[in-house]
Write a new protein. Structure first.
Length: 365
C-alpha cells in the first residue's frame, strides 16, 4: 500500500482541516460500485450473481432509513464493454427494488478517440434502453463514469488500460456529468490532488485530472451566468484517501485508507471517523460532508459485505451515532444525487441537502 506515496502523501500532509461548523453537519454517503457480474465467470455465473443480489440486497437495506427517510443507496457502474440484455434486465429489477441507479464503467486498452466515442455512445444507448441514466434540463442524456483499472485519461505510466489522453474531453462531449474514479492508491494512476471535488480541464497530455480548480460556493450567482463546468471541464468527485493510525500494521505502521470496501476491509467505525475528519466538502459549504466510497461488489467475497453482516453493522452504527438531527444528519445518495448536491452547494443553496437530489440531473419518471 506504500506504492504511490510519492504522488499523494505530500498533499495529505499539507491538508487543512475542515472549518468549524456551528449547528448540524450533513453527511452525504455514496457507494460507487465497479459492478462486474462477468468477473472471472460466464453468462450463467453473471446471472447467478444478479439473482443473489436481487434476492438479498433489497432485504438487507430495508431496516435502515436516513434523515430524509431514504434507504441506503447503491450506484452500479456497469462495464459497458460487457453489455448483456438479460443481465441488464436483472439489474433494472434490482434498482427498482432497492432505489439504486446504474451508470457507466469502462475497461479499455490502447484505444483511439474515435473508438472511445463510439463505445460510450453505444453504452449510453444500452443503458437508456433498460431504463437507466438521467437527463439534464434540456433533455440530453447524461451519465456518471468510473474508469476500469483506474487509468482515466491514459494516466497509467506504462501507457496501458486506456490509450486516449484526451479522454476527459470526450467524456464531457458525450454527456458525462462527473467522474467518480479516484482515489486509486496504491495504483500508480493515483492523482496528486486528493480528498477534493474539483473541475479538471482536458489537456493534450495524459492525466489531465492530476490537478484542477476546486468547486466553490458562489454566494451570489447571476441568473444568466453559464453553469459550470465550462466546455472541456469535467467534474471530479473524489473519495477519502488518508493514513489510518487506528488500524496499524504490526501494531506500529499506519495502514492506508483508500475508500475501498472489501471483504478484508469492510466499513467500520474507525474508517468512518477518518472519512468524517477529512471532511471533503465544497469550500464555502463545510457543513455538507461528501463521502464517496467504492467497491467491486458483484462477485464474492466482496458481495458479502453488502448482502450480509458487515454493512448491516455499519448502518446500525452510522445511524445510531451520526443521525441525531442536532449535530449530524445522514443522507444516503447515489452518484447522481451527490453530483446534484455538489452543484446546489456551488449555486449557493443552503439548508437540507436532501432537498437537492434532483437539482440538475433527473431520472425519467
Amino acid at each position: 500500500m506504500t506504492r504511490a506515496f510519492h504522488l499523494w502523501l505530500p498533499a495529505y500532509l499539507r491538508r487543512a482541516p475542515r472549518p468549524h461548523v456551528e449547528g448540524v453537519s450533513d453527511i452525504l454517503l455514496a457507494v460507487c460500485d465497479h459492478f462486474e457480474p462477468f468477473h472471472h465467470t460466464d453468462r450463467a455465473g453473471a446471472l447467478a450473481r444478479m439473482a443473489e443480489w436481487n434476492e438479498h440486497f433489497p432485504r438487507a437495506i430495508e431496516p435502515f432509513r436516513d434523515s430524509d427517510g431514504v434507504r441506503p443507496r447503491h450506484t452500479f457502474f456497469y462495464p459497458i464493454e460487457q453489455s448483456d440484455p438479460a443481465v441488464l434486465d436483472s439489474l433494472r429489477t434490482l434498482c427498482r427494488a432497492s432505489g439504486g441507479e446504474a451508470e457507466l464503467h469502462l475497461h479499455h486498452d490502447r484505444d483511439t478517440p474515435a473508438h472511445l466515442r463510439e463505445t460510450l455512445e453505444r453504452g449510453k444507448r444500452d443503458l437508456v434502453a433498460h431504463g437507466f441514466l438521467p437527463r439534464d434540463k434540456s433533455g440530453t442524456v447524461r451519465y456518471g463514469f468510473v474508469h476500469g483499472n483506474w487509468a482515466l485519461d491514459d494516466s497509467h505510466p506504462d501507457g496501458i488500460c486506456c490509450g486516449v489522453p484526451d479522454e476527459l474531453g470526450i467524456l464531457r462531449d458525450t454527456g458525462c456529468y462527473a467522474d467518480f474514479t479516484m482515489p486509486s492508491a496504491p495504483d500508480p494512476t493515483q492523482t496528486r490532488t486528493i480528498n477534493s471535488i474539483y473541475y479538471a480541464a482536458d489537456t493534450p497530455a495524459p492525466k489531465s485530472h492530476d490537478f484542477g480548480e476546486p468547486v466553490r460556493v458562489n454566494p451570489s450567482p447571476m441568473p444568466d451566468a453559464p453553469e459550470r463546468p465550462r466546455p472541456g471541464e469535467l467534474l471530479m468527485v473524489q473519495g477519502p484517501l488518508a493514513l489510518n493510525w487506528e488500524w496499524r500494521k504490526f501494531g506500529v505502521l499506519p495502514r492506508v485508507e483508500n475508500a475501498a470496501l472489501t471483504a478484508h476491509n469492510p466499513p467500520r467505525p474507525d474508517r468512518l471517523r477518518i472519512w468524517l475528519r477529512l471532511g471533503i466538502h465544497v469550500p464555502g459549504r463545510p457543513e455538507w460532508v461528501f463521502i464517496k466510497l467504492h467497491t467491486h461488489g458483484a462477485p464474492a467475497p466482496a458481495s458479502g459485505v453488502f448482502l450480509g453482516e458487515p454493512m448491516r453493522r455499519f448502518h446500525e452504527h452510522l445511524l445510531a451515532e451520526f443521525n441525531d438531527g442536532r449535530k449530524y444528519r445522514v443522507h444516503y445518495v447515489t452518484a447522481r444525487e451527490m453530483a446534484n448536491i455538489i452543484h446546489a452547494a456551488e449555486d449557493g443553496r443552503t439548508g437540507n441537502p436532501g432537498a437537492f437530489r434532483d437539482f440538475r440531473y433527473r431520472l425519467a419518471s
